[in-house]
Design a binder for this molecule. Structure first.
Ligand SMILES: Cc1ncc(COP(=O)(O)O)c(C=O)c1O
Length: 391
């Protein structure tokens, strides 16, 4: 019987052990044993055997998490990693070689930007950045040695959105892999593979965990691509801990209802903040004022849980706003049940030059809100009283 993804997110589960446990078991073990020397030799001789050897290679709890997230994304297979950055780096290292070229949006997470600009060049891999607001320039950046096109949509922290149908048509024409970081949306909101993405990456640390407990990453896509990434991760070591996989797999059971609530509250807060006299702008994918509102409506089921706004008073107002918050959390993480406010210009992006920040849409007064699961009226009340003090 064909089931909905909401049901699969709850019901995909490791086969029951002899204990007949209801909740999924946790296989917290580094290695696995064999009945005979011949079985052990066979496990090592043939990579394609479905046998667990060592938890850096595979583990039943990690496999459960991978199967769930791959199913929700509409992908054939996946590989889980220790962090989101291990997923990004592992994907680059698997498909890029000396002399290759990558085309990427400039609006990417800070550590992804560091890998692209600082580390890839050490191995002779060149890059070109495009602006999310000028997609018409992308095709002109593709060279004969371009192997991969990388994008975050919505982007962190600028909430820029790009049409994945359009990107995948370019990638198919030039035989380039389309890799999408879907961390801000999650598969409950957007499934990039439906729009032609080859690989989808997540920092599972964010909404997939949803409660700010563990780090994790995952890449999903076609079997033959995942096999290559899997071998890179298995041999170089940034594999997901089975404990983290257990936490993350349990979290996926509530992903859909959490994302619905995050998005409902985020929309309500964005609507009520829009037009506030202390703010230059409020940005949220499902506000009609968002520059890519139509594209957001086409690709996303709802607007997700992140809202940004720009304080007219700039960097000083940003600091004052954070200091005036009574109970919203001041931390750099996002995708938590607890609402989080951050001010990129004075914190996560303070090492960038003003020009670099401007290029990725980080204005001095930009505040990023990760809207949590508390009552939206309470969240709004703390924001409004802090705005009064930030002027
Ligand atoms: C969009 C995006 N991609 C990747 C990452 C990296 O994930 P992790 O911190 O799990 O390594 C983050 C983390 O904030 C992120 O926001």
């Amino acid at each position: 019987m064909e089931q909905h993804n909401e049901t699969r997110a709850v019901r995909i589960q490791t086969r029951k052990t002899g204990e007949k446990e209801h909740s999924t078991p946790l296989f917290l073990t580094s290695s696995f044993t064999y009945d005979s020397a011949e079985d052990m030799a066979a496990a090592f001789a043939d990579d394609s055997l479905d046998v667990n050897i060592y938890s850096r290679f595979s583990n039943p709890t990690t496999d459960e998490f991978i199967e769930k997230i791959a199913t929700l994304e509409g992908a054939e297979d996946g590989v889980a990693t220790a962090t989101g950055m291990a997923a990004v780096f592992g994907t680059f290292m698997t498909f890029l070689s000396k002399g290759d070229h990558i085309v990427s949006s400039s609006a990417v997470f800070g550590s992804t930007h560091t890998i692209i600009t600082k580390y890839l060049s050490k191995w002779g891999i060149d890059y070109s950045y495009f602006s999310m607001n000028r997609p018409e320039e992308i095709e002109g950046l593709i060279r004969p040695n371009t192997k991969l096109l990388y994008v975050e949509t919505p982007s962190n922290p600028g909430l820029d959105i790009i049409d994945l149908d359009y990107l995948s048509s370019i990638c198919k024409r030039y035989n380039v892999l389309l890799v999408v970081d879907n961390c801000f949306a999650t598969p409950a909101v957007q499934q990039p593979i439906r729009f032609g993405a080859d690989l989808v990456i997540h920092s599972a640390t964010k909404f997939i965990d949803g409660q700010g407990r563990v780090l994790g990453g995952v890449v999903v896509g076609r079997k033959e691509l995942i096999k290559e990434i899997y071998l890179f991760i298995r041999n170089t070591g940034p594999s997901m801990s089975p404990f983290n996989a257990w936490v993350l797999s349990k979290s996926l059971e509530t992903l859909y209802i959490r994302m619905d609530r995050h998005a409902q509250s985020a929309l309500q807060i964005a609507q009520q903040l829009e037009g506030h006299p202390a703010l230059r702008m409020v940005k949220y994918p499902f506000l009609p004022s968002h520059p890519q509102y139509e594209t957001a409506k086409k690709m996303m089921r709802n607007g997700g849980g992140i809202v940004t706004f720009d304080l007219k008073g700039g960097i000083e107002s940003g600091r004052k706003f954070l200091n005036a918050l009574q109970w919203l959390s001041m931390t750099n993480n996002l995708g938590d049940s607890r609402t989080i406010a951050s001010h990129p210009a004075s914190t996560t992006h303070s090492k960038l030059s003003e020009a670099e920040r401007q290029a990725v849409g980080i204005t001095p007064g930009l505040v990023r809100l990760s809207v949590g699961l508390e009552h939206p009226d309470d969240i709004l009340a703390d924001i409004l009283q802090a705005l009064r003090q930030a002027e």
